[in-house]
Design a protein around this ligand. Structure first.
Ligand code: GDP
Length: 205
């Protein structure tokens, strides 16, 4: 399946007021710095350098938009949680991501990337708490699943599933590895389904 291989860089913004106006639907990717977000975007689009892997962690505060076609966009949100990020940049991040996730009407669903060895950290929960009240879909990729034994990876998967079931019933989770291509098909199917779901009408639009 190569639904997203036509992805092309569209625009970058670092100000909530400069978000692009288009007639399409967005699926956004968020995650802690170094969790494997860029690698996941590259794997899903089959494009090695679309999202830039191994940037200086904590520096990128841009929202990057990739266009699939006039109706579909993938959105790479700035990574979070890098310990050495200056507090002013963190504050900017909070404002940018919080507002984007809570108010962007074009946003159809959120793919949340977590390193399977460190899932559900406080900032991940912050993202869930920002986005969950919108009622839109959330799907977690437990990345780098190749770093754990199959048994250990499945155990973590079940633990995260249990937590979500209790706290965020809107949210699903799966194993993922950009290295071994684990879970790429399933994740692509979910994103495709979101793109094909009709956007609910928004009051005043
Ligand atoms: P980002 O900061 O979340 O965009 O993370 P990157 O995609 O840049 O990945 C951070 C590091 O983890 C890089 O060294 C990647 O090669 C590595 N990495 C990412 N995904 C995987 C994976 O699925 N398996 C393994 N073993 N390493 C990965």
């Amino acid at each position: 399946m190569t639904q997203f291989q036509n992805a092309a860089f569209y625009t970058s913004v670092n100000d909530i007021h400069l978000l692009p106006i288009h007639a399409g639907v967005e699926v956004a990717f968020a995650g802690r710095s170094n969790a494997g977000k860029s690698s996941a975007i590259n794997a899903l689009t089959r494009r090695n350098k679309l999202a830039f892997v191994s940037k200086t962690p904590g520096r990128t505060q841009l929202i990057n938009f990739f266009k699939l076609d006039d109706k579909r966009y993938l959105v790479d949100l700035p990574g979070y949680g890098y310990a050495k990020t200056p507090s002013a940049i963190r504050a900017h991040w909070e404002q940018l991501l919080g507002q984007y996730l809570q108010t962007r009407t074009a946003l159809q669903g959120l793919i949340l990337i977590m390193d399977i060895r460190h899932p559900l950290k406080p900032l991940d929960l912050k993202m869930l708490n920002w986005f969950n009240p919108t009622g839109k879909a959330i799907h977690i990729l437990l990345t780098k699943s190749d770093k754990l034994s199959k048994q250990r990876a499945n155990l973590t998967l079940r633990e995260v599933e249990c937590f979500l079931h209790e706290n965020y019933p809107n949210c699903n989770v799966q194993l993922f590895s950009s290295l071994t291509a684990t879970g790429i098909f399933d994740a692509s199917e979910i994103i495709e389904k979101w793109f094909n779901t009709k956007k609910p009408p928004v009051k005043g639009e």
